[in-house]
Design a protein around this ligand. Structure first.
Ligand code: ADP
Ligand code: ZN
Length: 724
């Protein structure tokens, strides 16, 4: 069955391989077993039910709380010629009846429903005459009172479920909190074996935090290198949205505001303009974003500090759904923090405690000097496995800007000691620079030994140092008075036992391009910009003619690949990302013509050869793909990461590849073993002796001195070698 599923992936959707967990979930569903899928936004949840829907004889029901998303998804499915409809309150009575009639005639594969529509007796009656194979609950967190948008109707879904005794139940959510996940499991009565939890690390998002200094300028700097890109800028208040909107408009940016103070009509229009690429930027409060499925949001900026990690993660999650690199910049200031603190202080009891904990976790993320993915993942109950991600400001600044700031730190700290830990950074800076300010003189601080010993730096630099010392936990700042006080750690610096290293200036909003090479493909870096623009314009025309968003025709990635490989014919085109047979028929001719003309005029040579290779690679079984890639020089670890599976899974696939009669390069297998050569020989001898099939026997024979995961590597090695 999974073979069939892969065919659909290739031929209908035009994608090459499954994303992590998609294959597992689809297998489970096709086996008619229930499942709960927890995947971050952009992880590819939709395919988990769309592909089974195509393979089942009967109907697939999708319950979704967002009317706008339903429309969007159905529109996208129609582009693939998949018969899908929806029933909700947004339809006119005629449309509604029309859809019901199609359903009765058995013309429909997928039915999207709002929960309240499903609960209506006439809907239940209607569906009782249908063969329902799959019952999907999208946005399943709505079932939980602990979630951010609890829907009472969702609670009743469990009851409706019994209307379809033969249907498999598939629940999906991007919920990040363990509490809500547990709640969903309890309510839907699912156990651990039925839960699929994907990693919440969004690898393609570049994360940066900058100290808020001159925010308008910082925003303009940031936008300067992002012309024509789609992005969202989040502000704290409506007033802030309006102000920033005016500033950006004045500078000629293509931008609209969005907040709850605008009429419903204006909000809907501005959102539509954004989705259809008529404008590039939305400046918004947190009211914006629910139900936005736009895959090519290239940046999300937080002009003001978000309330907590949960909302931050949700908001940046709207960037880069298409998997291309996208940038997230957060401007951070203490006064923003105080604003949040102020709101927390209005709360009481448990609610206050929770909010305080949230703020503390957020601060950890903002003030860390480590890889930002560490505190972020930790918040979601995951341990980030690497030291560096290469896709956050801290990882990039490791080599670049870190300075030895020991001497200045000592001066700064001793000045704090001399003034009895009663003053803030501004005053300390004044004393160090020998200022004649009234406060300095009145306190007699011009008499101190630390007076006027810090003229090598401007006042601003000393203040930045103060912030950095707080960040690095040498100092703590009294929230009421702003005075700086020592922590345990400060002593070691004062005594000269510890050196201080750090990044002073965090106001810079430039996001390093160095990261590009580490995360993006050659396609992403080297596609033809001019052709891409032409294709984009054509796509926009086509979309406007049909009254749909451009990405529904083709995502950006498709155009990018076209502008990289320069396909020449139908065959070539089918190897391009996102081009399945239906879309090829619909749009292929048009795009091919443009590409051909462009190539002829500019004497560009097509890269169709590599396209052929790519196609061949994607059409085979996973074990074939892995085997071939492995023999081409990719390591086992690399393959594991690329396919989002464990090392042992790769080894299993490679074993199948061997058993199907292929060869494997043995040195690559040996490289995956961490045993010493001597130990390896010992294992090989035992395998010679007792055979390699039964690892338990080998394990015991070696007195349990080598673990099973190592033995699996050696087994593969042994088999590969003895084949030759
Ligand atoms: P989610 O619902 O989890 O936020 P979607 O289902 O909307 O994510 O998928 C995000 C994007 O990734 C979509 O544009 C989708 O077409 C694309 N996508 C999903 N699965 C794959 C895949 N296996 N290969 C390539 N692209 C995929
Ligand atoms: Zn990092």
């Amino acid at each position: 069955m999974i073979k069939e599923a892969r065919k659909k992936l290739n031929n209908v959707f035009g994608y090459e391989t499954f994303r992590p967990l998609q294959e597992d979930v689809i297998t489970q569903v096709l086996n008619k077993e229930d499942a709960l899928v927890i995947m971050p936004t952009g992880g590819g949840k939709s395919l988990c039910y769309q592909i089974p829907a195509l393979l089942f004889d009967g109907l697939t029901i999708v319950v979704s709380p967002l009317i706008s998303l339903m429309k969007d998804q159905v529109e996208q499915l129609r582009q693939f010629n998949i018969p899908a409809i929806y029933l909700n309150s947004s339809l006119t009575p005629e449309q509604y009846q029309d859809n019901v009639a199609r359903l009765k005639r058995g013309e429909v594969k997928m039915l999207y429903l709002a929960p309240e529509t499903l609960l209506m007796p006439q809907t239940r009656e209607l569906l009782s005459n249908q063969q329902v194979d799959l019952f999907t609950i999208d946005e399943a967190h709505c079932i939980s009172e602990w979630g951010h948008d609890f829907r009472p109707e969702y609670r009743q879904l469990n009851e409706v479920r019994s209307d379809f005794p033969d249907a498999t139940c598939l629940a999906l959510t991007a919920t990040a909190t363990p509490r809500v996940r547990q709640d969903i499991k309890d309510i839907l009565e699912l156990d651990d074996s039925e839960t699929f939890l994907a990693s919440f690390d969004r690898k393609n998002l570049f994360l940066k935090v900058a100290d808020k200094d001159n925010p308008v300028e910082q925003t303009l700097d940031f936008l300067y290198t992002r012309k024509k890109q789609s992005g969202i800028i989040y502000c704290f208040s409506r007033k802030q949205v309006e102000e920033l909107y005016v500033e950006l408009k004045k500078e000629g940016h293509s931008v609209k505001p969005y907040h709850a103070g605008l009429s419903k009509k204006v909000r809907a229009r501005n959102q539509e303009l954004f989705i259809r690429d008529d404008i590039s930027i939305i400046v918004a409060t947190i009211a914006f974003g629910m139900g936005i499925d736009k895959p090519n949001v290239r940046f999300v900026m937080h002009y003001d500090m978000p309330k907590n990690i949960e909302s931050y993660y949700q908001q940046i999650g709207r960037a880069g759904r298409d998997g291309l690199r996208s940038d997230c910049l957060l401007l951070y200031s203490r006064s923003d923090k105080q604003k949040i603190q102020y709101f927390i202080n209005q709360k009481e009891g448990q609610e206050k405690k929770v909010a305080e904990k949230h703020l503390k976790d957020l601060m950890k993320f903002l003030e860390t000097d480590e890889c930002r993915r560490k505190p972020l993942m930790k918040y979601f109950g995951e341990t980030y496995p690497n030291d560096e991600c290469g896709m956050c400001d801290n990882c990039l600044s490791v080599d670049a800007e870190v300075e030895d700031l020991t001497v200045q730190s000592q001066k700064f700290l001793s000045c704090i000691a001399r003034t009895d830990q009663k003053f803030g950074a501004y005053h300390i800076a004044d004393v160090l620079r020998g200022s004649k300010a009234k406060k300095v003189i009145e306190n007699g601080h011009d008499q101190l030994s630390t007076y006027d010993i810090g003229n090598e730096w401007a006042k601003e630099q000393w203040i930045l140092l103060g912030r950095m010392l707080v960040r690095q936990n040498y100092l703590s700042r009294d929230e009421k008075h702003g005075s700086l006080q020592f922590t345990e750690q400060a002593k070691a610096v004062l005594n000269g036992q510890e050196n201080v290293f750090g990044v002073l200036d965090r106001t810079d909003t430039v996001i390093g391009d160095e990261a590009i090479d580490r995360t993006s493909s050659d396609v992403e870096n080297n596609y033809d910009r001019d052709l891409f623009e032409q294709l984009r314009e054509r796509r926009k025309e086509m979309a406007d003619q049909q009254g749909i968003p451009p990405y529904v025709i083709f995502p950006d990635t498709t155009l990018m690949e076209m502008a990289y490989y320069f396909p020449r014919d139908k065959e070539d085109l089918l190897a391009i990302y996102g081009v399945g047979s239906v879309k090829q028929k619909k749009y292929g001719k048009d795009f091919l013509k443009m590409i051909r003309t462009y190539c002829d005029e500019n004497e560009v040579e097509s890269r169709r050869k590599s396209l052929k290779k790519k196609k061949k690679k994607s059409s085979g079984e996973t074990f074939e793909q892995m085997g071939e890639a492995f023999n081409e020089g990719q390591s086992i670890d690399h393959l594991a990461e690329e396919h989002g599976v464990k090392q042992v899974t790769v080894i299993k696939h490679l074993k199948t590849y061997l058993e199907e009669g292929n060869d494997l390069r043995t040195e690559g297998i040996a490289a995956a073993s961490s045993l010493s050569v001597r130990k390896r020989d010992e294992v090989m001898e035992v395998m010679d002796d007792v055979g390699a099939r039964m690892l338990r026997i080998v394990y015991n024979k070696l007195d349990k001195s080598v673990g099973y995961s190592e033995l699996r590597v050696m087994q593969l090695y042994y088999m590969a070698q003895n084949k030759k």
